[in-house]
Every structure is written in C-alpha cells, then in structure tokens.
Ligand binder design. Sequence first.
Ligand code: NAI
Ligand code: PYR
Ligand code: MG
Length: 615
Amino acid sequence: MSNFNRQIRLTSTMIRGLQYRYFTTIEGHRPTIVHKQGLDILHDPWFNKGTAFSMTERDRLELRGLLPPNVMSNEQQIERFMADLKRLEVQARDGPSDTNSLAKWRILNRLHDRNETMYYKVLIAKIEEYAPIVYTPTVGLVCQKYSGLFRRPRGMYFSAADRGEMMSMVYNWPAEQVDMIVVTDGSRILGLGDLGVQGIGIAIGKLDLYVAAAGINPQRVLPIMIDVGTNNEALLKDPLYLGLQQHRLDGEEYIAVIDEFMEAVFTRWPHVIVQFEDFQSKWAFKLLQRYRNSYRMFNDDVQGTAGVAIAGLLGAVRAQGRPMIDFPKQKIVVAGAGSAGIGVLNAARKTMARMLGNNELAFESAGSQFWVVDAKGLITEERENIDEDAKPFAKKTKEIGRQGLREGASLEEVVREVKPDVLLGLSAVGGLFSKEVLEALKGSTSTRPAIFAMSNPTTNAECTPEEAFSIVGENVIFASGSPFADVDLGNGHIGHCNQGNNMYLFPGIGLGVLLSGSRIVSDGMLQAAAECLAAYMTEEEVLKGVIYPSISSIRDITKQVAAAVITEAIEEDLAEGYREMDARELRKLNKEEILKHVEDNMWNPEYPTLIYKKD
Ligand SMILES: NC(=O)C1=CN([C@@H]2O[C@H](COP(=O)(O)OP(=O)(O)OC[C@H]3O[C@@H](n4cnc5c(N)ncnc54)[C@H](O)[C@@H]3O)[C@@H](O)[C@H]2O)C=CC1
Ligand SMILES: CC(=O)C(=O)O
Ligand SMILES: [Mg+2]
C-alpha cells in the first residue's frame, strides 16, 4: 500500500472513529438543561461534576475560575477519591475496625452529598469493598450513632405528630416521580433492636443498593422513616436523640398512622413500590396482610429473606451431589421464629409441598421436616400463648416424644437428636451456634451439613465461618447474613463463606415489579425471583460450596431476577407495563428481549452534558 493510500485509509478510520464518538455522545448522553449556574451548580450534588467539568462547560455555566484549572477525567477523579480511602486502609494496620468503617462511611457520604453521580460510580465499580460500608455491617453502626452522625437530611420523616398532615406533606418531596420507597419504623433494625428514628439509615442503605444493583434512578428513590416513638429507654433519655421522645404508638393508633402514610404516598405516586423494612415481627406480618392485595408493596424481611433462603437451601441440596427434587427430604432446624424465620419456614414448606405434589398431604408431610427453636426452646403444640404465625410449625408432642425431645428443648438437644441437614439461624443472637451446638451438628446424617448464620450485623451472626469449618468439618456449606472472609483451611483448601442476604433479591424484585407495572407483588413473582437466584449458580460452583453468587455480579443477578419477575407477572396476567412499554408490547417480548428491556431501563451513573437556560 502506498503512503498516500495508507494516509487516506488512516484518515477515514479516524473520521469513522470521530463519527462513532459523536453519535454515541448524542445517543447515549442527551444534554440536560439546567436553570442554574456558577456556585449553585457546584453545590447541587445532582449536577455537580467537580473537577470533571470540561472547559467549554465551565464557560457555558460560568464556572471558569471557580475550579482548579486541570480538568480531570472520570478515572482520575475516582483515583483521587480512592487515594483518600486507601490512606485509611493503610492506617488500619490491625484490620477493619468500627472507627475505620465509620470513617469510610463518612467519606462516602460526603461524596454523595457533593457529587451523586461519582458516588454511584464508585459504589458500582467497587461494590465488593463498599457494600459492607453503605449496607451491613457498617450501616448498623451508622443507625446506632445516627443522631450524632446526621448532617444533611436524606429522605422523609413522617411522625406520629404529623397525623392528619401526611397527605399534604408528601408534596414537600421535590421529585415528581418516585419509583421506589423503602420505609421503616425503626423498631427492629438488623439484629440491633429498636433504634427509633435512627433506623432511617437502613432505608438509605437499601436504596443505595437499589441504585447500584438495580439501576433505579437515584432521583426516584425515597427513604422514609415513620417515627411513632421508641421503646428504647436509652434513646428516650438521650437529650441529643433526634426522634420523638415518647413510647411507641401501638394498636389502632399505630395502624392509623401507617394507613395514612400509605394513602398519602400512593395518592401522590400511584406507581411507586413500597418496601417495608425492619418492622418488628409483631407488625411485619399484620401490615403485609393488610396491604399486599391493595398496594404495590412487599416486606423484605419476610419475603425477600425467604426467597434468598430458598435459593440457598436448594443450593445446599445440590452441593450434597443430590438433585433439587430431594429438597423435601432435608431435615431443617431453624433458630428464630420472628418475621425472618417464619417467612423462611412458610416459603420452604410451600416449596417442599410443591415438589411433593402440591396437595394437602404434601403440605402436611413437608411440615414435619422443620424443627423451630425460639428464645424459649423447641416450639411444640404444648407452648403456652403460642404466636399465631409460629403455630403451623409447632411440633406434635407424640412425634417429638419418639425423638427424645420435649417442649422447650434447647437448640443443642434438638440438633443432637434430629441430626439435621441444615441449621439455619435468624435469631439475632450472636454466637448462638456455640461450640456445643456445632459439636452436636457433627452427628448430622448429611454428607454435607449446611449452616446458615443469617443474623445481622456481623456481631449478631450465630457463628463465624472459622467456627463452622473447624468444629463441624471442612465439608460444611456455610452462609452468613453479613460478609465474612473465606477461611484458609490449609493444604491449599479454602472454606467458602457465602453471603446469604436478601440483597440478592430485593433489588430485582423491585425493578421487576416496576417494569412489569403489576399492581401487586404476587407469591408467584417472589417464587420466580427465588428460583432465578437458585438457578444462577452452576453445578461446578455449588459442588465447591458456592451457593450464592459473588456480590461483584449483583447487577447481572438483579437484571436476571427482574426479568424473571416480569415474565411471571405476564404469565399471571398482572403485567400492565410501565412508561413507553405497555402490557401489550411487554407480552410480545421473548426471554432475550425482556432481559434487554430490563437492561435498557437500568440507570447508569454518567455525567450528562449540561446546558444552561434561564428559568
Ligand atoms: N440475612 C438476611 O438477609 C436477613 C437477616 N435477618 C436477620 O434476622 C434476625 C432476626 O430478625 P427478625 O426475625 O425480624 O427478628 P425477631 O426479633 O422478630 O425474631 C428473633 C427470633 O429469635 C428468637 N430467639 C431469641 N433468642 C433466641 C435463642 N437464644 N435461641 C433461639 N431463638 C432465639 C426469638 O424468640 C424470635 O423468635 C436479625 O438479626 C436480622 O438482621 C433478617 C432479614 C434478612
Ligand atoms: C438484611 C436484612 O434485611 C436484615 O438483617 O434485616
Ligand atoms: Mg431487614
């Protein structure tokens, strides 16, 4: 090729490259019109790009001179930010500490308050590192200290003092459209109990995952705290506590507040989805039954946790080298009969019953596979004042007599006599799976017993992976609610620590419900989400004891879960569509197209080109 021809070819390649960049800029990053300039832009976290404003944009927005002259690329900006966080890691020579984690949370939170796009860029890119900061375990610490940490409000507060006002105050929120609300009354935050108004931290953390994992637009999420008081005596006495300093409302008064809140948010945003989070068990089930057929809502602790547990339990069966259909043969001991434990028990029983033929006999037979232990020991039909929700799982006196057990038997006794395949903890009691309990589990009839220490945060885990692998054996399957590092078992063997947390489902459930346009969240949609998560793991992975995916793939898992939820909504004739895709269009899509539709609707943190126009 002559030099001339080479030159022509090079030039046309360059032009094609330029055209490509030009067109992708137009297609992918439509300019955004802003009505502010100068410092007002820099102080608005939604539009602020900090040092990444280009020179032309600085001119357009009257920013010239308000920023240091060197324009940074996105990558350089993140590098500068990370250097700050890395310095903290070097300082923490003794490993992660609460002080260190809180310092990281502060740094990230400050980034959120000045540049939201970059905050989500960092969170998505480094989700493995920062999910434990914005979510469990650090979010627990943040909630405990929230009255001191509070600087800028994030979300809305509806209090018992706002009765009669909610329908109008909901219009104080600036966004015309809200897709996702996470609401708590702060009565049971993780395993940390009643934290009152400070519980808003968990709603914020969950919504950060909605943005990072499900690509819900951060301008359309709303964390909400319903402050009906607190029964936490320390907070009631603390002069710096930010919430209502009165005991919690109860009974009809409490329900009236929640009813008013639901009516207000659904009146302003009829398409919103409301996720109930960390309500004490006493109310979790009642509110779920009250609203689930009339509002687009679900309870994450009851329903999200159940789906994640089912996926893990099915994974454990596969890890034993058995087909999933053998699930109904598993003997399962559950420690904890609160919202999470009972949610898991109901879902696991239904799953087993379906596998056994889906009739009354199958349902009865499935029930006999569970032994439930709460703070008073084994629950049997002899239990006085038994909770209605726990009643279906109370053991028959005759049956447990044959097993050498009795009402109130200790967890250790139950594990020793039952020799279960699975020991699952949702008790909020750190260390409940003591040396004695784990020793008893060594007698399990399973080739590969599974331990789910699902309580949060880390200090509330029923046992650590080190304890599980060292006491029960290297073959054990282990999952915990909060993240733990894998365990080096020596000889090149690694004991894998799975994170069994509802974060693998709630973002996909929310996104799927949103895009399907279904007016309710049906059991079938939740089941489809759980099955999708279970099927995500390959045979090779589960045989290695890996029953949940790595959090680094959470955006992909969420996409798949959302697609499964939409597909089920279509099958159940519940899909009504959302925005430009109505129900008729949605029904025409095949599997691949549904996945693409989900992906196309996931928000990505990219700086838009800003153009100024006078108001
Ligand atoms: N990994 C995950 O995705 C999730 C984990 N959780 C965790 O589950 C835990 C429990 O949540 P809820 O059910 O809402 O709480 P809850 O307080 O309503 O229930 C706790 C249950 O544990 C029982 N319990 C207390 N002491 C016990 C003991 N010594 N032995 C056996 N049982 C005992 C209680 O009697 C009660 O039935 C929390 O730590 C929470 O963080 C909850 C939802 C999701
Ligand atoms: C993970 C979660 O939802 C909980 O611990 O309550
Ligand atoms: Mg929760």
